[in-house]
Unconditional design. Structure first.
Length: 175
């Protein structure tokens, strides 16, 4: 069994955006309905917005996982049903989670989720919010971690370079 990865929390300005974007893209390549890279170094900056930090997981000096965390306030501006998400001012947003394909099913993802939840609780947040495309098959994964689907948005092919109709599931876990 491989050694547990070590986690670090760093501000967006301190991450290697090329390495993190490559990791995210490698992780998302497994989804056959996505026919483009998920992000780029510039895309990471756009999604980071204000106050983003990155959880980085390293094993033997190799980046094996990453996830963005940031205050949820501002992430959901213009949301069609903000009440479904609860009080976003008291929530941490978890996004752009990725695990190296060679390390999938090794617990890295669960470690990233657990650390985001620990940080959220430590900082006084009352919940963690995330979004996942149902067709990526992760809704059940996050449900096993205690997340509940609170909103679903249907999209046509072409949205986010996804070639099939898809559903964005927004999920929340109360802490």
């Amino acid at each position: 069994m491989p050694a547990e990865p070590t986690l670090s929390l760093v501000p967006f300005s301190a991450i290697d955006t090329i390495a993190v974007a490559a990791l995210v893209n490698a992780a998302f390549r497994r989804y056959e309905i996505l026919h483009a890279d998920r992000t780029s170094p510039e895309g990471l900056a756009d999604e980071a917005g204000d106050g983003a930090e990155w959880l980085l997981a390293h094993r033997a000096g190799r980046l094996v996982g990453s996830a963005m965390i940031r205050p949820a306030a501002g992430v959901f501006d213009g949301h069609p049903n903000p009440a479904a998400l609860g009080d976003v001012s008291a929530a941490l947003y978890f996004g752009l989670a990725a695990v190296d394909p060679l390390d999938m099913s090794s617990g890295v993802g669960r470690q990233l989720v657990a650390e985001a939840e620990r940080i959220a609780a430590e900082r006084g947040y009352r919940s963690v919010i995330l979004g996942t495309v149902r067709e990526f098959g992760l809704v059940d994964y996050y449900a096993r971690c205690g997340y509940v689907v609170v909103a679903v948005h249907d999209f046509e092919p072409g949205h986010w370079d996804i070639v099939a109709p898809h559903r964005l599931c927004e999920m929340v876990k109360a802490l």
